[in-house]
Design a protein around this ligand. Structure first.
Ligand SMILES: [Zn+2]
Length: 165
């Protein structure tokens, strides 16, 4: 039995308390959040979000990639969100690697060079929040770019601190 089987059993029990019928697919807060996949960051609990409140886009580092911008464009154009929150965090894996070293390690292990960037931001979590905001501001396919704010969530303290663009 894998851990997935345990989760399937959890999902089976969850249907008993399911109260989401009728929730609109448009996020109630008109908000999209881009953040890291780090398992320690429970974005719903930390921000006090409920089901149906916001779109949460997660990837390694919480970086704004082409695919993130695709989801943001869809979020805003089809599902009425107008605000964007970027949240990076301390002790992130993306701060512990460099682009070149990561690519080289993958190539050594597999004989294949990734056709994507790792989007590492060694030791500069605040700088990458600024970079992420800049990428969104530069993307004309995302209609609402005036309310984009960046933050770092501190794993050590649980504090969410704003990053000045
Ligand atoms: Zn991370």
């Amino acid at each position: 039995m894998s851990v997935i089987d345990e989760l399937i059993a959890n999902a089976g029990r969850h249907t008993a308390g399911h109260e989401h019928w009728g929730l609109p697919s448009e996020p109630r807060l008109g908000l999209a959040i881009v953040t890291c996949m780090d398992a320690r960051f429970d974005v719903w609990r930390v921000l006090g979000l409920a089901d149906g409140d916001a779109h949460v886009l997660r990837n390694a580092g919480g970086v704004v990639t082409a695919d993130t911008r695709r989801s943001l464009a869809i979020s805003q154009r089809l599902l009425d969100t107008t605000e964007i929150m970027i949240i990076h965090h301390t002790d992130c894996g993306a701060t512990k690697i460099t682009e070149d070293a990561f690519r080289e390690a993958v190539y050594r292990d597999t004989g294949i060079r990734p056709d994507w960037a790792a989007e590492a931001f060694p030791k500069d979590v605040d700088g990458d929040v600024v970079q992420s905001i800049a990428r969104i501001k530069a993307d004309e396919l995302i209609p609402h770019r005036d309310r984009v704010r960046g933050f770092v969530w501190e794993v050590e303290t649980g504090r969410l601190r704003p990053v000045k663009p």
